[in-house]
Design a protein around this ligand. Structure first.
Ligand SMILES: C[S@@+](CC[C@H](N)C(=O)[O-])C[C@H]1O[C@@H](n2cnc3c(N)ncnc32)[C@H](O)[C@@H]1O
Length: 359
């Protein structure tokens, strides 16, 4: 899967176990699905997952990893991957924007992205297969990028991996459990919360000012293939200036979450949030306690890779070091029924991480 800030890769077991303890039924709504790792893991545990994200690239990831079923697309996807891996480079918008005007990818790989993306468009594929091929292309590009994991800037010197040839692979799709076809939506979270019923909801909203559209604008442009006007050193899509999430705004984040929670049509709820976010723990607990019984799990872990590496200016010069290298992630678990989550905090942390359940 792609490198993604705030991905819950390390928390999948904990979230899966929490859902199992909470959910009286099979349907789980992942309202801010991002990479869809969480939805994918829950689908693997047999849940009927309904994923949602307002960015097109994240919706595409959910169409592939949550909505599409492996058996129905695998054969065709393998044939297309073989065909596309033999396509010669055909430099176009992508190469010019992300390899010449900026240096996110080596031109030889940019030309292959252009060729494969045009081929996907020309084939007019059925929706599930189209999503699988777009994810295969996104992941192939992610393996040869020259960034620290976000697309706000590229490295001054080419990353070692950027010299590798772009190579498409089959994404790790799953089959849904019997009669539990999963779905992917492309809605504002508030609309999804107001209209989709589920037995449990998982909420992992952005926690600070950094926009996911701005951080992953290249994936958005690959998926939408609308070849937009770009601006700045990072050649961001012009709509990054307009399409903002309330969760990226300090004054709007808590009111937005408050309204969202009030609209949710689920008896059980799990919320992930960082201690570095706009909503502090006491405000979050105050909000969630109005919805039902609450328990909070506190996880202490390493900050994202950028903080480990240091702070750089756009020219690639180191201008500072991060003030701290560890942070806390809170998992808030809420139910209309009394909770018994004893033991849930015992086994989920990766080495070096610490966790504790706080009633
Ligand atoms: C912290 S990430 C989710 C990470 C995800 N749980 C994972 O493991 O990959 C937050 C996601 O919320 C999405 N998002 C932000 N604001 C939104 C909104 N108002 N409605 C729907 N999705 C939103 C972003 O596109 C981003 O993918």
């Amino acid at each position: 899967m792609i490198k993604y800030l705030g991905s819950k890769r390390r928390l999948l077991d904990l979230i899966g176990d929490a859902v199992r303890r909470l959910a009286a039924g099979p349907t789980v709504l992942d309202l801010f699905s991002g990479t869809s790792r969480v939805g994918h893991a829950l689908k693997g545990r047999g849940y009927r997952v309904v994923a949602n994200d307002h960015n097109a690239f994240a919706h595409t990831l959910a169409r592939c990893y949550v909505a599409a079923d492996r058996d129905s697309v695998e054969g065709s996807a393998r044939q297309l991957i073989d065909e596309f891996n033999r396509l010669p480079a055909a430099p176009g918008y992508f190469t010019d924007t992300f390899c010449v005007q900026s240096r996110f990818f080596q031109p030889k790989n940019g030309g292959r992205v252009d060729a494969v993306r045009e081929a996907i468009a020309a084939k007019l594929l059925p929706p599930d297969l189209e999503a699988v091929m777009l994810v295969s292309l996104m992941e192939a590009a992610d393996r040869v990028d020259s960034t620290t994991g976000v697309q706000m800037a590229y490295l001054k010197q080419w990353a070692k991996r950027s010299y590798n040839p772009l190579q498409l692979r089959l994404p790790a799709m799953l089959n849904a459990a019997a009669n539990r076809r999963c779905q992917a939506h492309h809605l504002e979270a508030l609309e999804a919360a107001s209209t989709i019923e589920a037995d449990c909801a998982y909420l992992d909203p952005p926690y600070n000012q950094h926009s996911y559209l701005g951080n992953y604008h290249i994936w958005e442009s690959i998926c939408r293939w609308d070849q937009p006007e770009v601006y700045g050193i990072a050649c961001k899509r012009i709509d990054c200036k307009l399409n903002k999430s309330d969760y990226n705004s300090k004054p709007r984040s808590l009111p937005a979450l408050t309204e969202l929670i009030s609209r949710l049509r689920t008896p059980n709820l799990i919320v992930s949030f960082s201690n570095e976010g706009f909503i502090d723990r006491s405000a979050m607990e105050h909000l969630l306690m109005q919805k039902g019984h609450l328990q909070t799990i506190e996880l202490d872990h390493k900050r994202y890779v950028g903080a480990q590496i240091g702070i750089y200016n756009p020219k690639g010069h180191r201008t500072g070091i991060a003030s701290h290298l560890r942070n806390k992630e809170y998992i808030y678990i809420v139910s209309v029924h009394p909770l018994n989550l004893a033991g849930l905090d015992q086994r989920q942390a990766t080495p070096g991480d610490k966790s504790r359940l706080v009633a």
